[in-house]
Design a binder for this molecule. Structure first.
Ligand SMILES: Nc1nc2c(c(=O)[nH]1)N[C@H]1C(S)=C(S)[C@@H](COP(=O)(O)O)O[C@H]1N2
Ligand SMILES: [Mo]
Length: 427
């Protein structure tokens, strides 16, 4: 069977496919358009951030479709995606700075002009059932004029930790082999989605919304699935979802959804649709490949159509150390890390330095833990002897959920929540 694209690339392999297509789609024309976008000033924001991104765009974009620089000391490349190196969080404050925030792109980062951009709402869940081609529209300036709200929350890819299904449990899974760097916390600022839905004429009949990105169609093994879009129940949409236009105090960077993205706290990252273009509001349940063939659990033990669509993320922990770190012998180290959960606050994190035989409670450094963010913790360690060690961290959240020794297998490798065995050499 023929699976190549004519240039000798095997496009049946997901990561190859994404890399090849990304390189093909970031054309000269895109870059010219971007240089025009970089001159944006109409919204009253400075242009410094966009200008900086542009300076580095040609080299970075050619390989990955990502605009911002991806220095090797901050990121591990993953095809069209880039994961944060956990050692790059060492010494940082509560949030993940933009220069090291992970990027998960199905296709290339699109370059959008905020002056002509409109958010379009339509569908049977709005008064008068506006049609897709006659939507209720909001400009960028309209949104900036509405009451702003802030939210500090993590966004985490559902496949974060996926590689450990294979490396720790010997199991086959498909998808991007993330370690633990497919997560970041940011201060987001924008308008409540509830506010915009009400202004657009939300009815009590509305059941689901379907936010859709403006990035190019996603093609999976030759099948065009259209633009990234994932249904969201109206209850969650009205609860705590933000239409964000700022990240860590500056306009959203292109890679993170400029001009406007959703931030759906505590839920699977795919819910936080970037480069938002339109939102269908429906009086009936909605479906897309992102809540049917992806972002459910599949495999033995699950029905053929998979589990229910995934919603909340699970409990995880990470050390702010290089993978396979080397630390000097004969002195005291303070191990730092972070833990987070989609169920709410992390109450405690325990660490083991002897492969899981004994556990010690860490000191939590964010006492009033944010239920939508993470907690930082530390643990002093004086290793007795040089050699190879495995460091383990296990968090427990306010619902009592903790991290098991093994994660239940699913073929797409989602929700790896088991304790990760972090290799360290004392030399
Ligand atoms: N339009 C659009 N939105 C998207 C995606 C995408 O590819 N296109 N990726 C999703 C996934 S799978 C994740 S994990 C998050 C990642 O957000 P980040 O790149 O800002 O870290 O964005 C989500 N929103
Ligand atoms: Mo994701």
């Amino acid at each position: 069977m023929r699976s190549g694209d004519g240039d000798g690339h095997d496009l049946t392999e997901e990561t190859t496919y994404e890399r090849v297509r990304a390189a093909q789609s970031m054309s000269r024309r895109d870059l010219m358009r971007f240089s025009a976008t970089a001159g944006l000033g109409a919204a009253g924001f400075g242009t410094a951030a966009l200008g900086t991104a542009f300076a580095a765009a040609p080299a970075a974009a050619a390989a990955t479709g990502i605009v911002k620089p991806l220095p090797a000391e901050l990121f591990i490349p993953q095809g069209t995606n880039a994961e944060t190196r956990w050692e790059a969080m060492s010494g940082q404050g509560y949030v993940t700075p933009v220069d090291r925030f992970f990027v998960r792109n199905h296709v290339s980062t699109p370059l959008i002009d905020a002056r002509t951009w409109r958010l379009k709402l339509w569908g049977t869940g709005l008064h008068g059932s506006p049609a897709e081609d006659r939507p209720v529209e909001f400009s960028y300036e309209d949104l900036l004029g509405l009451r702003a709200e802030s939210l500090t929350a993590f966004i985490e890819c559902t496949g974060n930790g996926r590689s450990f299904y294979t490396s720790q449990q010997g199991q086959q899974v498909s998808g991007t082999p993330w370690k633990l760097g497919g997560v970041g916390v940011a201060h987001w600022r924008g308008v409540r989605l509830a506010t915009v839905l009400e202004r657009a004429g939300l009815t009590r009949r509305a059941v689901d919304i379907l936010p859709r990105g403006l990035d190019a169609d996603y093609v999976d093994k030759g099948e065009n699935l259209g633009r990234v879009r994932r249904p969201l129940p109206i209850a969650k949409a009205l609860k705590d979802v933000l239409l964000a236009y700022e990240m860590n105090g500056a306009p959203l960077p292109p890679d993170h959804g400029f001009p406007v993205r959703l931030v759906v706290p505590s839920w699977v990252g795919i819910a936080s649709v970037k480069w938002l273009g339109d939102i269908q509001v429906a009086d009936e349940p909605l479906f897309s490949p992102w809540n049917t063939r992806y972002y459910r659990l599949f495999g033995p033990g699950y029905p053929p159509e998979g589990s229910a669509p995934l919603t909340r993320m699970n409990v995880k922990s990470a050390f702010e150390l290089p993978w396979d770190a080397t630390l000097p012998a004969g002195r005291r180290h303070v191990l730092h890390g972070r833990s987070w959960s989609g169920n709410g606050r992390v109450r405690r994190t325990d660490v083991s330095v002897d492969g899981g035989r004994t556990w010690h409670r860490t000191r939590l450094n964010d006492v009033h833990a944010n239920p939508r963010g993470w907690v930082r913790w530390e643990f002093p360690w004086r290793p007795h002897a040089p050699g190879r060690y495995e460091l383990l961290a296990r968090a427990t959240d306010e619902t009592g959920a903790s991290q098991p020794a093994t994660a239940p297998h699913n073929t797409l490798g989602y929700l790896f929540g088991a304790v990760v065995r972090h290799p360290v050499t004392i030399a």
